[in-house]
Design a protein around this ligand. Structure first.
Ligand code: NCD
Length: 308
């Protein structure tokens, strides 16, 4: 069977990819593992531009690291201060300018739909690095890669997503992506932070999904305990945030009740939802996730730029 073609493709939503395509991206991440240490000149002479209209540590730096490890170059901005956006330049114009400087654009923006729009205006591939509360496809891919690496397979897993399922974009992309596998999903959140209805509708047609507010009741069933931060910056009303902040706080003591083989994941940054005493347990995989993000993005850049 031939490999799916990725050259020149945008990565705006995980919904644009079949299971076969997702599996191929994960396979390519695996191929990148030794190159992440050794380095490579696979993307020598190629340029990636990062346009970040919103705060980031991991996503931007891991894209830069991935590009650099493959011998390419990264340029861009981490905030709009000091750019022409301050003079009133719109996203479409920014994209049409920066595409002349690079071979691939990586865009993070506070507005939903921004990555899709950037892709429409761009003649070079656009990778969505987070579009408002909507999606974060590369995080979902690295999360899948982490699960596959830890368990050898994604099929058959029971996965709990805990915390802010309304405003957290990583869980939206991850739920869409997981609906292509044979998994059971537990969506665990306070009532006002329940999973977005449109995600729930699509995903629950394909896989078994249970919504609940109690982590304790389900902890022992979970293979993956995917914790998330309550997205304070996306609340229109901070009083609402005050009501739900600190809803879940996972402690090492709680994990005594969990499966021995269960893993704790988190896209990071964490606030107080995973106590630091979890870090030294064998369950904690969130820092491994960060490393997996580099190889996953190496694979994705190699694919999109036609080097793989
Ligand atoms: C996430 C994001 O930006 O959506 N961070 C990340 O990219 N790993 C999660 C978050 O901010 O809570």
């Amino acid at each position: 069977m031939s490999s799916p073609s990725f050259t020149g493709r945008d990565v705006v939503s995980v919904r644009d990819f079949s299971r076969k395509e997702i599996d191929h991206v994960l396979d390519m991440a695996e191929v990148m593992e030794p190159l992440a240490k050794k380095g490579s000149d696979m993307l020598h002479g190629r340029i990636m531009a990062t346009l970040f209209f919103e705060a980031s540590t991991r996503t931007r730096l891991s894209f830069e690291s991935a590009m650099t490890r493959l011998g390419g170059t990264a340029l861009g901005f981490a905030e709009t201060r000091g750019t022409s956006v301050e003079k009133g330049e719109n996203l479409a114009d920014t994209v049409r300018v920066v595409e002349k400087y690079a071979d691939v654009l990586v865009v993070r923006h506070p507005l939903e739909g921004a990555a899709r729009m950037a892709a429409e205006f761009s003649s070079i591939p656009v990778i969505n690095a987070g579009s408002g509360a909507e999606e974060h496809p590369t995080q979902a891919l690295l999360d899948l890669y982490t699960m596959r690496k830890e368990f050898g397979t994604i099929d058959g897993l029971s996965i709990g997503m805990i915390g802010d399922l309304r405003y957290g974009r990583t869980v939206h992309s991850l739920a869409y992506a997981l609906s292509q596998y044979k998994v059971k999903l537990f969506l665990i959140s306070p009532d006002i932070l329940r999973m977005r209805r449109e995600v729930m509708e699509e995903v629950s047609k394909k896989i078994d999904v249970e919504e609940t507010a109690s982590l304790k009741d389900h902890l022992r069933e979970l293979d993956v305990i995917y914790m998330t931060r309550v997205q304070k910056e996306r609340f229109a009303d901070l009083q609402e945030y005050e009501k739900v902040k600190g809803s879940y706080r996972l402690m090492a003591e709680d994990l005594v009740k969990a499966k021995k083989s269960s893993i704790v994941m988190h896209p990071l940054p964490r606030v107080d939802e995973v106590d630091p005493n979890v870090d030294s347990t064998p369950h904690a995989k969130y820092f491994q996730q960060v490393g997996n993000g580099v190889v996953l993005r190496m694979g994705l850049l190699g694919l999109v730029l036609g080097a793989l």
